[in-house]
Ligand binder design. Sequence first.
Ligand SMILES: [Ca+2]
Ligand SMILES: [Ca+2]
Length: 304
Amino acid sequence: MFTNGIGVHAPVNEVRWANTGDEKNQYLYSCSAFSFKIAYAYYPAPSRPDHIVTVTIDNKPVDSFILRANTRGSLMENKYSFADYGTAYGPHSISLKIVNANPSDSNNADSHINIIEPKLICRDQLSSFEQAKPKAGPSQPAPSPAPTSDPVATPTAVTKFVSDEPFIDEQNGYGPIERDTNIGDRAAGDGTGPVRIGGIAYDKGLGMHSDGQVSIDLAGRCSRFQSDVGIDDTAGDNGSVTFRVLGDGVLLTDTGTLRGTDAARQLDVDVATVTKLTLEVTHAGDNWDWDHASWGGARLTCAA
Ligand SMILES: [Ca+2]
Ligand SMILES: [Ca+2]
């Protein structure tokens, strides 16, 4: 793990890591794989050209793909095992090169690109992503709504809180996603209290910020997803987001725009056939200011 992310800007930009022994650069030769996600910082951006991303290992291009201008980019993890490229003991250098695909285009105004969670898998080392552990929520003297009892749950069903589950991928617009607290500031774990929507605090939940997305593996064992959603009270009357729930990439529900002045919206989604559940927050088409997006009491009903 190098950093949580790196912002780059076309027309041409290259990020390179090498065996310098520098504090910021791990010794690559103790590592077995490299991964990253990449996405545009701003979306939509109608005047933007496509961009070409090239991955180079030991000065040899091993992959190249296009970041389509009319998308946010790929939120999937791109992973490269060094053994596949003849460097079983780790390479001397790796680099990511990002190039404006339209050389005659001099307007790079919308070409802000984020390299998200560039990550090394190394011996005796876990990435910070893998080290991320759920933490206990703050004690709450104020009354908080417990999850309502599930009328369709059978005696063999259990309630699982999303904030207690491992994330199989995640992206967040401002620092990492917070478990059981509001988003706070940019640092991890700096939430200022529980997620709170319309004056109601929730012991469990997720503090997110647009544009963000998190996925968990349901393994086909869960029947319902339920959550209250809204702009966190830490944003006051500011902010505007949409909350979306996707199952295996298919949109299941979309709240439309919710603003800081809106009450919490209750979601109750059938996920019986879903393997990969994705919770997404968008900036609702205006901007990212104060888009403190909270999932209050986000939970699943699953087979015991
Ligand atoms: Ca934070
Ligand atoms: Ca917004």
